[in-house]
Design a protein around this ligand. Sequence first.
Ligand SMILES: [Mg+2]
Length: 151
Amino acid sequence: MSTNNHEDAVISAINTLAAAKVQAPGAIASGVQGLVYLQDLCHVLAANWWIDMATGERKTLDQVNVPEKLCLIHSEISEAMEGHRKNLMDDKLPHRKMLEVELADALIRILDLAGFLGLDMAGATAEKLAFNMQRADHKIENRKAEGGKAF
Ligand SMILES: [Mg+2]
């Protein structure tokens, strides 16, 4: 799919989301753009994690273990679960719940990895939200039906 098709798909998704009237179309578009900036920020600030320590050079895709990066995201989710299970406050940001901070860690790792891989998390998120909004299997009556999604 070309960039223009991607842009068209994101614009279409924003319009679909705006139809829900939860936020104004401009606010939705700003949120999507904000996620673009946040992904860039997460990846730039994590630059040292993408350096080959032996050579000092930035790693190439074939030098990165993507499954390992995905496991690191999962480890943050597991930490969030443990914090929630024990109703703990975070040890590094003690004014915040551990659940909140570990989910932030997961988000940072997701956006950092997406930045390295050149993924468009903002556009994909907007498109997936719009897609989910129209899913029959997400409607309450279908979730209540036999075989429906209970959670
Ligand atoms: Mg963590």
